[in-house]
Design a protein around this ligand. Structure first.
Ligand code: SF4
Ligand code: FES
Length: 389
């Protein structure tokens, strides 16, 4: 087994595993984190294969499993998988758009032992929300779904992705989460790789919109203290400090695609030349310990300057590899969100220019058949061309 790099003498187990049960989804959000070329239904892992993954995750020491997608509730075996996860001792979280399941099916999931639900909203304003998701009638279904969650006694987190079309309603989105009796609301600015990178001009908020949203969130936190937890993920383009994406590559988290490939993060397939191992060929423990994709950016040995000589390198782990690739052309660069990155100012200028231009139409997320490929790198789904340059 390869020695883990600079993350201690013994590699700790991942804390959480996210299962992308399917890439199918009724919504078509232009910032979707799924790859541009998505897995087809016929390639999805079977119920028995997912159960084996859950067994292996529990044995490895994983604590939490996130059922995600696409839209995980389109899998008819979801309640069965939740029950199995609970039986092997995993904490279960459902990440859903809330538009695809009936009340009866939700009740099955709750009875199977579901622990927590994260429900996405596209906006507090129904018309804009439905334009972003390209799904008419979505808002009413989501509000109904939230009621089922709370009536079942389950804790609810509302996830809202903000962009230039809805960031002015951050306050209203927080109020909506309160009215749904959510325990937490997570407001996250779009991160630009995959579909979001394709839609950068259509999504980028102006700096003044961002500043106003910070003031709104601060005021809401003071007003709603003790009532709801408000998390705000600021846009990297206007930040000076990068996020510790995934809490560091290969340190805490595994992401499994519908067809069983195991990724260090949901967008890792955008990085060319990484080889992703599959649960159809290796055990989860083997992949965690020695998959070359996990080793590629694990720890700090891979870092060039400015990260290599920076005292924050074991705090943010150099930021986001996928964003570094998308914006600079190299996944091994410091995340350009960092003020020390040579790309930072250029990026900020590019963001400001994009946000002030007229917004182009959305390019909606749609499942397109994967092209046949001869090498793993040919299967990568994003662009390796820098956008700031
Ligand atoms: Fe983080 Fe690298 Fe920036 Fe230091 S130089 S703050 S490690 S991204
Ligand atoms: Fe891949 Fe951040 S999304 S490392």
């Amino acid at each position: 087994m390869n020695a883990p790099r600079n993350i201690g003498s013994k590699l700790p187990p991942p804390m959480a595993v996210l299962l992308e049960l399917t890439h199918r989804c009724p919504l078509q959000c232009p910032y979707c984190s799924n790859p541009l070329q998505m897995d087809q239904v016929k390639s999805e892992l079977s119920t028995a294969e997912w159960k084996s993954v859950l067994d292996q995750a529990a044995k490895l020491g994983v604590l939490q499993v996130h059922f995600s997608g696409g839209e995980p509730t389109v899998r008819q075996d979801l309640a069965e998988l939740i029950r199995h996860a609970r039986d092997v001792g995993l904490y279960t979280n459902l990440i859903t758009s809330g538009v695809a399941a009936s009340k009866a099916r939700f009740d099955e999931m709750a009875a199977a032992g579901l622990d927590h639900v994260q429900l996405s909203i596209q906006d507090s304003d129904a018309e804009t929300a439905e334009k972003i998701g390209n799904y008419s009638g979505a808002q009413a279904k989501k509000l109904e779904f939230a009621k089922w969650v709370r009536a079942a006694g389950l804790p609810l987190t509302v996830n809202a992705v903000v962009n230039r079309h809805n960031i002015d309603r951050v306050g209203a989105m927080i109020d909506l989460a309160v009215s749904l009796d959510a325990h937490r609301v997570e407001i996250a600015n779009v991160q630009y790789y995959g579909w979001a990178l394709k839609n950068l001009g259509a999504l980028m908020p102006r700096f003044d919109q961002f500043e106003a949203s910070i003031a709104t969130v601060d005021a809401a936190r003071a007003r709603l203290k003790g009532k709801i937890v408000i998390d705000y993920v600021v846009p990297d383009y206007y930040a000076r400090v990068p996020k510790a994406c995934m809490n560091g590559w290969g340190r805490r988290f595994m992401n499994i695609t519908p067809a069983g490939k195991v990724l260090p993060c949901h967008a890792a397939e955008t990085i060319p030349d990484l080889k992703f191992d599959s649960v159809r060929e290796m055990t989860l423990a083997e992949i965690w310990a020695r998959s070359s994709a996990f080793e590629a950016f694990r720890g700090t040995d891979w870092m060039p300057d400015p990260c290599r000589s920076c005292d924050k390198r074991e705090i943010d782990w150099g930021g986001c590899r996928c964003q570094a690739l998308a914006l600079t052309g190299s996944a091994a660069e410091a995340d350009p969100a960092c003020g020390l990155s040579p790309w930072h100012e250029k990026l900020r200028g590019m963001a400001e220019a994009a946000s002030q231009a007229a917004a182009p139409e959305f390019q909606y997320r749609r499942i397109t058949p994967a092209k046949p490929s001869t090498s793993e790198s040919a299967k990568t789904s994003g662009t390796a061309e820098p956008v700031a340059g």
